[in-house]
Ligand binder design. Sequence first.
Ligand SMILES: Cc1ncc(COP(=O)(O)O)c(C=O)c1O
Length: 491
Amino acid sequence: MRGQDDRRRARPAAHELARYEELFAARTRGMKSSAMREMMALTERPDVISLAGGLPDTSTFAPELYAKLMSQVAAESTARALQYGPTEGMAAAVDCIVQVMAAEQTVVDPANVIVTTGGQQVIDLVCKALIDPGDVIVAEAPTYPGAVPTFGAYQADVVQIEMDSDGMPIDELESVLDRLAGEGRRPKFIYTIPNFQNPGGVTMSLPRRRRLVEVARERELLVLEDNPYGLLRYEGEPLPTLYSLDASLGTGDDGVSSDLVIYLGTFSKILSPGLRLGWAVAPHAVLEKLNLGKQGADLCSSPMTQLFVSAYFAEPGTGAHPARPAWIEYVEGLRDLYRRRRDVMLQALQEHFGGRASWTRPEGGLFIWATLDGVDTTDLMGRSKGVAFVPGRSAYIDGDSGKSSMRLNFAGVPDEDIREGIQRIAAIVSPDTRLMGTLTGSAQTTSGGAAEVDSGTSGETDDAGLAEVLELPRREVSDPAHPSTRHSLDR
Ligand SMILES: Cc1ncc(COP(=O)(O)O)c(C=O)c1O
């Protein structure tokens, strides 16, 4: 049977590339295939349990509601849905964004918002607006694997700062900034994912948030705050966004506009990545450049999906609190579901890797970051049978650090697949593997033995390595449509 991924072309041969070599822009040399893209192909294979992608579980969305909203948009807004829209986004969608930001306890001026084609486009547009080749971006280590190819495409010099369990250490950041200043270099922006970091799973503490904003103000540096997961908190108290902290110190007369933080949000994790809708909230001058960049990229984001979101946000809830809209109820359901799946994965890790590995315990989001000292997870991925994860290397710019770590998504698959997936990983790691935690600092040292991993293949996360991931039949319960999880938010 022809799978979706069969449509992907093989990599061009060297002689094919040579033919066009002189035509390609220099920036293409910095472009690497995103590990995420490879993962997307894998996740479509029915025989593979994917703990890889950043996927939310879209099978939890009620089909009847989806059909109703689509029909409503089609019937009531035909011409607008099928037409181009404004580059900055439709007012109806911006209104929903203001509501999401309010749920993040952040008041925003709608005039500071631009609607984008996913949060990914914000990263691209920010780089387009700010980065000349060789310019410095400071990022966390590990960082969002999907940002790595974007930074590469703009030929940025990315300096990564290793996180601990409270996120990016700001004293470390200051040392890096001092060193760069000594070289006459001012970073164009600091890139951070403060909540349930992708891939690290850790959250930046409040004191660090405050200090980061102070440092940005002292040194006049922009911060890109990437926050797709803030509303997916499973325990603990929400922390203020960097945007709101900066706005409260700001010089703006409205008290809600930040001077130095560019906020990235998205509907992908609280509703659907298929909509391809995200947003940025940014200082006015920056917003202007993002808008110009977007005009050149895609003119506007889809009016069809903007109107869909608007119709959805107008839906009343069905629960005990009539004033609570359907979208909030849905997010609450996702929290319950993902909390449980997180716990299932933590338990499976304990069962199969206890004493041999370390991993983060996220308070929210989609990911656990596990570290297996002595194991090359890219090789492991190449050897793994019927399970996919993101090798740690893809979260580092140098392509080598993080090689013993892996990102595991607990949100997108049912409990049984989480257990089975972790068991499959354990089955290909030798029993005497010693695992160590970079983020938790909770290194385990049960044995110095080397992992039973084929070291024949090396480093790069490339098509060839991942194409070999593999063969175990997937059990019925893991059907791509996840019938067992449909409408299962209460489980
Ligand atoms: C940290 C982070 N930023 C940005 C994105 C991009 O999301 P989207 O383009 O679907 O909004 C993701 C998706 O996984 C992410 O995890």
